[in-house]
Write a protein that binds this ligand. Structure first.
Ligand code: NAP
Length: 248
């Protein structure tokens, strides 16, 4: 029970990494509010997570939505001990393929989303709270065809450092987790065929030193460490969980 009586907000907690993290945190004693845009999955998510979960609809790109979510969380939990700013999107983009819509989408979901998630919940964060930003291994090195996502995630990594400074007086720690290629629904949402998705996943797996893609639970366990008091001396860092993809 490493998160006993802790209150947690996970944006993008209805799928993949966010959902696996909510499941683990609840099993460790936390109450968890998960957010997403698509409320058609909320019944399934509530059934899976049980009575210690709250499902809240909102788009992280909307300041109004994030303020409304913060108000709901305050009403239900009183305050917050952990925030996992996890909602995000990756999309391949060679420089010539970037148009204004794609630029806004990637930057807004990943960067604007985290900024206004934090701004909305800041008054309700308890002393000693842990904030975790979800970055990516693609920002660790140069990589072909994914520059926009990498740049957005690099901005998040920078925010983890700056915010750590800003919140020192409240003993709020901000850290990041950089997942590698994880086997989640993320690339199935790119609108390609099942065969294409299967082939890409096989390619991704081959490119990882350990020989396979990661599981959402691999990131959930890293988030558990950063959320718990065991990491109380870990401030402003980025924990890379990528099977060695960016390190070996
Ligand atoms: N999978 C990987 O290989 C990988 C690698 C590195 C980093 N990451 C990062 O890990 C995070 C989670 O990804 P995942 O793989 O778990 O993907 P996923 O299964 O597609 O889950 C994404 C979650 O984010 C929510 N979301 C997306 N856009 C949103 C928005 N505008 N407002 C609110 N919620 C939104 C989705 O819900 P709705 O669809 O209902 O909005 C869903 O709950 C992302 O930040 C991603 O960049 C993933």
């Amino acid at each position: 029970m490493r998160l006993n009586n802790k209150s947690v907000l996970i944006t993008g907690g209805t799928s993949g990494i966010g959902l696996a993290t909510a499941r683990l945190f609840i099993s460790e004693g936390a109450r968890v509010a998960v957010t997403g845009r698509n409320d058609s999955v909320f019944d399934r998510v509530r059934t899976e997570l049980g009575e210690n979960a709250l499902t809240l609809k909102g788009d992280v790109r909307s300041i109004g939505d994030m303020r409304a979510i913060a108000a709901e969380v305050k009403k239900s939990f009183g305050g917050l001990d952990v925030v996992f700013a996890n909602a995000g999107r990756a999309f391949p983009s060679a420089i010539n393929e970037i148009d204004e819509d794609l630029y806004d989408d990637i930057m807004d979901i990943n960067v604007k989303g985290a900024v206004f998630t934090l701004q909305a919940v800041l008054p309700d964060l308890r002393e000693g709270a842990s904030v975790i930003l979800n970055t990516s291994f693609v920002a660790q090195t140069g990589r072909h065809g994914i520059s926009l996502t990498a740049a957005a995630k690099a901005a998040l990594r920078s925010l983890a450092r700056s915010w750590s400074y800003e919140f020192l007086d409240r003993k709020i720690r901000v850290n990041a987790i950089a997942p590698g290629a994880m086997d989640t629904p993320l690339i199935s949402k790119w609108g390609m065929s099942e065969e294409w998705v299967r082939d890409r996943k096989a390619e991704f797996a081959k490119a990882v030193p350990v020989g396979h893609m990661g599981k959402a639970e691999d990131i959930a366990y890293a988030a558990l460490y950063l959320a718990s008091d065991e990491s109380s001396y870990v401030v402003g860092t980025e924990l890379v969980v990528d099977g060695g993809a960016s390190q070996l």
